[in-house]
Design a binder for this molecule. Structure first.
Ligand SMILES: *Cc1c(COP(=O)(O)O)cnc(C)c1O
Length: 411
């Protein structure tokens, strides 16, 4: 987003014009932002054979999937429905890695039948899979290296109590299952959480992966998951991808020599690719002064944008209607009949009813988590691509609320 001639613009288009044309509330995504983040990783790892699988649970609009497919990305899918969306968007089955957690063997069988790569994250399923497919279908094994990433308890997955992955202490059992059933393990995978602030922690986890990898003789790739952090505030630290690229590429290439084969280094970022390229715009319905607080009440709520309430996520808020106004302190809230506070005590340029407020970092896990709570419609999504705005999802209407409901005759 840029401030040009007293107007905030996204991909060159004034935000106010987008909000007026497509109405509020509205999600806006900028393809340039997604492409440049994708290139940042591929450029940083240009010295090694790197593959990016976009973790699409962050934002699954089919156009976003097509964009990444066109860039040469693969896909990380966590449900069989995401697999199907990926196939519809044009990803080749071998470019999709299905990484489920606690799903039934039936769902895994469905994914096998769709021809995609399978990542298995528990011993019982690995054994069932081995008995069923033996050497016929290769697998990836999701490992928990027990190295604590950063982030809060809700998003960290590498700790000892985590439900994700197979513990490195269970590797002897894994090898027993693999050998007995003549399975081919084509990849090993880790995804230790969502906030790698400290590169050394990440590199330590990588060492565990390399050690583990030496014991599997038929690998094609090592998947380091995600953990790329993006800045939410002006002074936030984020993952230094360029520095990571230098260190890890060198280490990975050295590992490949030792291993005796050129493997592919895989990453599966979600947030890093789409968070900052997304914005959410909502209108101020009321300014409400109480005895202690000035509230800005918006035409949206936790039904459209739940991260602040769900994860205590911080999203910067800007009054795009008053780019240079003097600032006041607001507590920004939604219209849902529950406490849905987007931000406490935010310094925002003085707002009046009808102003548009814009939330930053709204590309990842925002629309994807929207619901119909309070029987509200989910908002529209707009993609700004090559200087033009495209409606890529309509706002819902009454028909959407009633779809799949079955009205009984005798009530
Ligand atoms: C969610 C998820 C990701 C992406 O995480 P981000 O923090 O959005 O980058 C990657 N891999 C797996 C297995 C995931 O479940």
């Amino acid at each position: 987003m840029e401030l040009k001639k007293n107007q905030y613009t996204i991909g060159g288009i004034p935000v106010i014009a987008l909000a007026e044309k497509h109405r509020s509330p509205l999600y806006i995504y900028d393809t340039d932002g997604m492409i440049s983040q994708y290139r940042r990783i591929t450029d940083s790892f240009s010295g090694t054979r790197v593959k990016i699988n976009y973790a699409c649970k962050a934002l699954t609009n089919i156009n976003v999937l097509k964009l990444f497919c066109g860039l040469g990305s693969g896909l990380d899918a966590v449900s069989v429905q995401e697999v199907e969306l990926g196939l519809m968007a044009g990803f080749a089955p071998q470019d999709i890695l299905y990484t489920p957690n606690c799903v039934s063997i039936e769902e895994i069988v469905e994914a096998v039948e769709l021809g995609v790569r399978i990542n298995i994250d528990n011993i019982a399923i690995l054994e069932e899979f081995g008995v069923k497919y033996g050497a016929k279908v290769p697998v990836c094994v999701r490992i928990n290296p027990h190295v604590m990433g950063g982030g809060n308890n809700k998003i960290s997955t590498g700790h000892i109590d985590s439900k994700f992955g197979i513990s490195i202490y269970q590797m002897p059992h894994v090898h027993r299952i693999v050998e007995t059933n003549h399975m081919k393990v084509e990849g090993i995978h880790m995804h230790t959480g969502s906030d790698i602030l400290d590169m050394q922690t990440f590199l330590r986890a990588s060492e565990v992966m390399f050690e583990t990898a030496m014991e599997f003789k038929e690998l094609d790739y090592v998947d380091f998951g995600s953990g790329f952090k993006v800045p939410y505030r002006a002074d936030d630290v984020s993952t230094d991808v360029e520095a990571l690229g230098i260190e890890l590429s060198e280490r990975f290439n050295r590992f490949c020599k030792e291993y005796g084969k050129e493997l592919t280094l895989v990453f599966e970022p979600g947030k890093f690719l789409v968070s900052e390229a997304g914005y959410f715009v909502a209108r101020v319905n009321v300014i409400k002064q109480t005895t202690s607080t000035v509230f800005a009440g918006l035409d949206t709520g936790l039904n459209h944008f739940i991260r602040p309430m769900f994860y205590e996520a911080y999203h910067e808020i800007v009054n795009v209607s008053k780019p240079r106004g003097k600032t006041r302190i607001y507590t920004v809230v939604g219209y849902i009949c529950e406490t849905d506070t987007f931000g406490w005590n935010r310094k925002i340029s003085e707002a009046t009813e009808g102003d548009y407020l814009l939330f930053k970092n709204a590309g990842a896990y925002c629309y994807a988590m929207a619901s119909n709570y309070n029987s509200r419609f989910r908002p529209a999504e707009v993609l700004v691509h090559k200087g033009k705005d495209h409606l890529i999802r309509k706002r819902e209407d009454m028909e959407d609320l009633l779809r799949n409901q079955i009205e009984l005759e005798d009530l």
